[in-house]
Design a protein around this ligand. Structure first.
Ligand code: SAM
Length: 146
């Protein structure tokens, strides 16, 4: 397997574990350079995919890629998610690799784990933790997949 094939395989796995279906609204929180955002939008053309980042450089990069790929189902939001209040809800929210940069003030405990969070409401939630001891752990609606 090449590196590119491995990257696509993990992005496909995220979508599968998040149970993405065409037509859903999807939020990629802390979207980095947009790999998962753009992959999801390409794979599921009737999904509307929003990516949130606090980096202007990342947003500009993703926007260029979005144009190259001629995707009209992607929106990138420049915001600090610890203070940004979502005005829309999503069918799926995916969070990959955002734990370390964001958890200084225990943001997850305050906004994500309590039932009925109003900040990022979604029917289902995929959260990917990475650590040195485990490759990844994904939680959907309280179910842990190793
Ligand atoms: C480690 S990167 C993970 C990127 C991507 N999800 C991936 O797996 O490749 C963390 C991302 O979260 C964003 N981020 C960190 N703190 C944030 C905040 N407070 N609000 C919004 N985005 C934030 C960073 O700009 C970056 O895009």
């Amino acid at each position: 397997m090449t590196l590119e094939e491995a990257e696509i395989a993990i992005l496909d796995l995220y979508c599968e574990r998040a149970q993405i279906k065409d037509g859903q609204s999807v939020l990629d929180l802390g979207c980095g350079l947009g790999a998962l955002t753009l992959h999801t939008a390409q794979k599921y053309r009737n999904c509307h995919v929003a990516g949130v980042t606090n980096s202007m450089e990342q947003m500009d990069y993703i926007e260029k890629q979005r144009k190259l790929l001629q995707l009209s189902n992607v929106d990138i939001v420049l915001a600090d998610i610890t203070i940004h209040e979502m005005v829309v809800t999503f069918d799926r929210i995916m969070v990959v690799g955002l734990l370390v940069p964001i958890d200084e003030d225990d943001w997850y405990t305050e906004y994500v784990f309590p039932a009925g969070s109003f900040i990022i409401p979604s029917a289902s939630f995929l959260l990917n933790f990475q650590s040195l001891t485990k490759k990844f752990v994904i939680i959907i609606n309280g179910t842990i997949h190793n």
